[in-house]
Design a protein. Structure first.
Ligand code: FAD
Ligand code: MG
Length: 321
């Protein structure tokens, strides 16, 4: 995903690498202090949520799997509670307990390969979201079986993007954009580019005009590897333990909160276009842009954004088509 600005005010861009992702902050004033404050805020949350280092609050829960509950700070408890709720929705493709499979595949990390089917089956048994036991009073999380692991990779960037928005607002900023590597949040009016899947340059299939909305894109072209003549991407089907395989190449969710956007990109990936359209019919707060392998771009609705097609090899339609 890329971003630009309509109008000709002077724009200042600040970048960092956090959470293994390029982070971009855009402001209309030269303000190193604000940029540094923002990156520090992101880093503090990364330190709580990461499962890519030996120690974090989430890792403390994972290390105690099958042994004892772990009390955690409020943001960690709240985010896990929210992730569990998303995981318990009927036929949800979202699963916060997917950790053992993410660690087995290692997609996007060194040492990835297609695991043996028996290993996948063994790990599937350790990914039941109902085995994540929450205690509101104690603020603690207990993983019921040894070997279980929480992974917040599909939701933490959304949560953090919302906290950055809140903080910028508190600092009196009225126009800014934060991009956490696929999770974009905005204050004020912005035009956000939607990347063309599987091309090396920064070609765009379209642009999305929003005011103060979050724009979250999840795709099968960002983190994947090739083996046995196939692409294996990082959004796993919790029912099979293999990457989700359907007509979708990417899904973008436009919503007030990036947390919802992050959850819904995964839910929609699991549903596919037809069921995804049906699920959004009664959700005025969540809007989707589906990009398919057949080069269709399908809009669920266009209440809180305007979409402009920039590549005429794609067909623009909507959920009623
Ligand atoms: P999304 O589609 O939103 O999420 C996909 C990710 O969610 C997968 O990568 C996996 O982690 C997880 N997942 C897969 N299937 C499911 C499922 N069915 N249900 C729920 N979750 C699923 N990357 C690095 O390379 N190095 C790092 O050190 C590193 N540290 C990170 C620290 C934090 C706190 C976070 C949030 C991310 C970090 N990442 C790091 C990136 C991370 O590994 C994922 O690639 C990233 O979160 C994917 O986000 P997305 O928005 O692209 O995809
Ligand atoms: Mg997500």
């Amino acid at each position: 995903m890329m971003s630009g600005i309509s109008g000709d005010q002077r724009l200042y861009s600040y970048s960092a690498v956090l959470m293994g992702s390029p982070i971009l902050l855009k402001l209309f004033s030269h303000d190193e202090a604000l940029a540094s404050r923002t990156f520090q805020l992101i880093k503090r949350y990364e330190d709580l949520f990461t499962v890519n280092r030996a120690h974090s609050e989430v890792m403390a829960i994972n290390h105690a799997a099958g042994r004892h509950p772990v009390s955690v700070t409020r943001p960690v408890y709240q985010l896990i509670k929210c992730a569990k709720a998303a995981s318990m929705v009927q036929e949800s493709a979202f699963n916060l307990a997917i950790g053992p499979l993410v660690k087995l595949w290692r997609i996007g990390f060194n040492g990835h390969s297609v695991p043996a089917a028996t290993d996948i089956a063994a790990r599937l048994a350790l990914t039941r979201p109902q085995d994540v036991i929450l205690d509101d009073a104690a603020g603690s999380v207990f993983l019921a079986r040894p070997g279980m692991e929480i992974d917040l990779g599909a939701i933490a960037k959304g949560y953090i993007a919302d906290r950055v928005r809140d903080d910028l607002q508190r600092q009196g900023v009225d126009a800014a954009l934060i991009n956490l590597g696929g999770n974009v949040h905005t204050l004020g009016a912005w035009s956000i580019g939607l990347k063309k899947p599987f091309v090396a340059d920064n070609a765009l299939v379209g642009s999305i005009d929003v005011v103060g909305q979050s724009v979250v894109t999840s795709g099968i072209y960002e983190r994947y590897f090739e083996q046995d003549g196939r692409r294996w991407h990082h959004i796993l089907d919790p029912r099979t333990g293999y990457p989700l395989d359907n007509e979708l190449e990417s899904v973008t969710i436009v919503a007030d909160d990036s947390l919802d956007g992050d959850i819904w990109t995964t839910l929609i990936f699991g549903l596919g276009v037809e069921k995804g359209c049906a699920a959004l019919r009664h959700r005025e707060d969540i809007e989707a842009i589906f990009v398919t392998k057949n080069r269709d771009i399908i809009l669920s609705s266009q209440r809180r954004f305007r979409f402009h097609l920039l590549d005429d090899s794609y067909r623009l339609t909507d959920c009623t088509a």
